[in-house]
Design a protein around this ligand. Structure first.
Ligand code: ATP
Length: 443
């Protein structure tokens, strides 16, 4: 593994530090950069932003890097005032060092970064080390999602039925496809049935198939989804909406491996792994007599819960960046970074529609943004930012009023703490604590 060094500016002063690290260095001149200049086994990327603000140019390179590559940024302290630079650091950097560069600190930082990359590669989880631009792989920056996909990995090779529970848009179907892709059935079909979207009269034939002439309009025999999933996985989405009659038929298939097509006399078999998903509480549906308890037990071999987006905030920025890239590519637009206020708004919004809502907001923002960065307004989340500012200014107002009251009390009480505290109806201890907080002195 070799680190990638992007210097090109004032790298001479770094030569000592770099020569002590026994890794092959690879320099990239950002002006003549193209994707092929990134070595495939690179572990670390050092970006020198001092004196030159090359964020716009670097953005392209950073997006070409595997996310397993740690990025260390060198900046001048004053650049911490530049929002473009702080946004870049917040989004991409693993660490940063400010000028004057302390060689010891940089050496430790580089050594640590390379060591960590190696460790991660050695213990690579299939979902943890994905190239971010591989849009097929789930974003799993949060601990809870990493844990969830480790569970997926363990459960996938078994044929145990899985019940995936979670709010709408949390990634239930995504988990189902991964369970299939990581199973020995991966070369077989993955067939989805949305139990909530089919007309009650059609679902029987949709699931189990029909024979020619089974009903008016059945001009030829047709295979059902179970037969189509033979050798693979059948994903029953919104299982809570499955009509009662079909629950019986499905239960028979799960228990005996047999089913009847509509109008067919001979029971049929299929080798299918069942994965079901629901956003409703099946226990409630059972209590209300709408869902069969025996079917519930059959489906619920293992439960996987997909968490709400607001319960895994560490994924939000990664997901937003993923979808910015996807839709910018799709619409042929330049890939723009999120502004700082956009990041704040994304992190503070409650996301009732989960990842699907995030996708919609980001897609609109990619199209609507006419500035260098994607703003909270583009995401239609400006009100979240306003609320934050109101909350901040309310705190400032409260603090100012508190300080003024203390100052007046000290003045009127002529510096006698006991008296001043009694004017404000607070204890002596609280009075001292507040004086300390506002950096006030007795007269
Ligand atoms: N961790 C993730 N990384 C990348 N994309 C994700 C992730 N989680 C969800 N998505 C995307 O979000 C969208 C919604 O996910 P999905 O359809 O799997 O949700 P769902 O829970 O099945 O929703 P519903 O209950 O409404 O059918 C999909 O485009 C999916 O690819």
């Amino acid at each position: 593994m070799e680190p990638l060094l992007i210097a090109g500016f004032q790298c001479n002063e770094l030569n000592d530090v770099l020569s002590r690290l026994h890794y092959q260095l690879h320099y990239i001149d950002i002006d003549s950069y193209n994707k092929n200049t990134i070595p495939p086994d690179c572990a670390l990327c050092l970006i020198d932003l001092r004196k030159n603000n090359i964020v716009n140019k670097i953005n392209y390179l950073v997006k070409d890097l595997d996310p397993g590559i740690h990025i260390i940024v060198l900046i001048d302290k004053s650049q911490l005032e530049i929002s473009e630079i702080t946004t870049f650091i917040a989004q991409y950097a693993w660490d940063f060092c400010t000028s004057p560069i302390d060689p010891e600190r940089l050496e430790k930082c580089l050594g640590h970064g390379i060591g960590l990359s190696k460790l991660k590669q050695q213990h690579q989880a299939p979902f943890g080390e994905q190239p971010e631009h591989d849009t097929d792989k789930p974003v799993t920056q949060s601990d809870v999602m990493q844990q969830l996909f480790r569970q997926v990995e363990r459960v996938a090779p078994t044929d145990i039925p899985v019940l995936i529970r979670g709010e709408s848009g949390t990634g239930k179907e995504l988990v189902a496809t991964k369970l299939h892709q990581f199973s020995s059935r991966k070369d077989g079909p993955f067939v989805t049935v949305n139990c909530g979207a089919m007309a009650a009269g059609l679902i029987q034939s949709e699931l189990f198939g029909h024979e020619k002439g089974a009903f008016t309009g059945a001009v030829s025999a047709r295979k059902g989804k179970i037969a189509l999933a033979d050798g693979g996985t059948l994903f029953l989405d919104e299982i809570g909406d499955l009509p009662a009659e079909l629950q019986v038929n499905l239960l028979r298939f799960l228990q005996e491996g047999l089913y009847d097509s509509v109008g067919g006399g001979v029971p049929q078999t299929a080798n299918v792994r069942i994965i079901a998903a629901t956003h409703v509480n099946l226990e409630n549906a059972i209590d209300q007599g709408q869902f069969r308890l025996d079917l519930y037990y059959r489906l619920n071999g293992i439960t996987i819960e997909t968490p709400r987006l607001k319960d895994r905030r560490d994924d939000i920025i990664g997901l937003a960046n993923r979808f910015i890239r996807i839709y910018s590519d799709e619409y042929g637009l330049a890939i723009k970074p999120l502004s700082q206020s956009a990041c704040h708004a994304l992190l503070n919004y409650p996301w009732p529609g989960n990842v699907r809502e995030l996708i919609n907001r980001v897609r609109r923002a990619v199209v609507l943004s006419d500035a260098q960065q994607i703003s909270a307004q583009n995401l239609e989340l400006a009100s979240i930012e306003k609320k934050r500012h109101i909350a901040l200014s309310l705190k400032t107002l409260k603090d100012n009023a508190e300080k003024q009251a203390l100052q007046q009390a000290i003045l009127i009480a002529d510096g006698q703490v006991e008296l001043a505290a009694s004017y404000l109806d607070i204890s002596r201890a609280t009075f001292y604590r507040l004086m300390d907080k506002h950096d006030l002195q007795l007269m």
